[in-house]
Ligand binder design. Structure first.
Ligand code: GTB
Length: 218
């Protein structure tokens, strides 16, 4: 059954692939699973029909027959469990890949979100200039630790996995800030993720929503 996901009708990132439907599209492309997209406006997201799918009135959601999911990490995990290609067969390696998925959303993404909230919503506060470096330093701590662990490897634990997909998707949120530039191995890691054909197809599909054009070949 072809799943349906939801995405912004008009993404505030203007098609830069930073909204969280991108990671779900990417996972579906990695496993070559066709999908439908239902675009929703900010107003529609808060209506009862969408809230029945997503209790917090957000995107992305995932519908597949009777199954309805929200939370991008849970959706990517479901896709990775149902299709070959995103999680290793070996039980221990699989558990480690899942650990990296959690690390991406639980350890790396929170300080990044904190920075984005600070810059977007707290800029006019008297304490903004003092707080900003504190928030940035928390991110640098994590990036340094992650960079140390990655070392010269291509991916976090052996071959590319859903753990890398989630980690790259999270790190991409930092790209506009230039903060990744201090970490050549992480920059190269993110570039490797972006170079994957599945990422490229997913990126083109979400960009096409913004430009109003069909993705090439789609
Ligand atoms: N934890 C949830 C998940 O991982 O799925 C978080 C979902 C979420 O934050 N969804 C956002 C949303 O629906 C879109 S992705 N927001 C609307 C609302 O809450 O009313 C967050 C996002 C939005 C915009 C940009 N951007 O413009 O760069 C980047 C990321």
């Amino acid at each position: 059954m072809t799943p349906t996901i939801t995405a912004f009708e008009r993404s505030p990132d203007r098609g830069r692939g930073l909204a969280r439907d991108m990671r779900v599209r990417w996972a579906l492309e990695e496993v070559r699973q066709p999908y439908e997209v239902r675009l929703v406006s900010f107003a529609a997201m808060k209506e009862p029909a969408h809230r029945a799918l997503h209790p917090f009135g957000q995107i992305p959601t995932y519908e597949e027959g009777d199954l309805v999911l929200f939370e991008s990490g849970a959706i990517v995990f479901h896709i990775a469990q149902c299709h070959a290609g995103l999680l290793p067969d070996d039980a221990s390696a699989r558990a480690r890949a899942i650990t990296w998925m959690f690390a991406a959303v639980n350890t790396i993404e929170p300080p990044i979100l904190d920075l984005q909230t600070t810059v977007l919503l707290e800029r006019d506060q008297s304490w903004y200039r003092e707080r900003l470096p504190v928030v940035e330093n928390r991110i640098h701590d994590r990036l340094g630790q992650l960079s140390d662990r990655l070392g010269d490897a291509d991916w976090l634990d052996g071959g590319f996995s859903a753990g890398d997909l989630m980690m790259v998707a999270v790190l991409l949120r930092l790209k506009p800030s230039g903060m990744l530039d201090r970490y050549p191995s992480l920059s190269a890691y993110v570039a490797r993720g972006e170079a994957r054909p599945a990422y490229q197809r997913a990126f083109a599909a979400q960009l096409a929503v913004f430009t109003g054009q069909s993705p090439a070949g789609g």
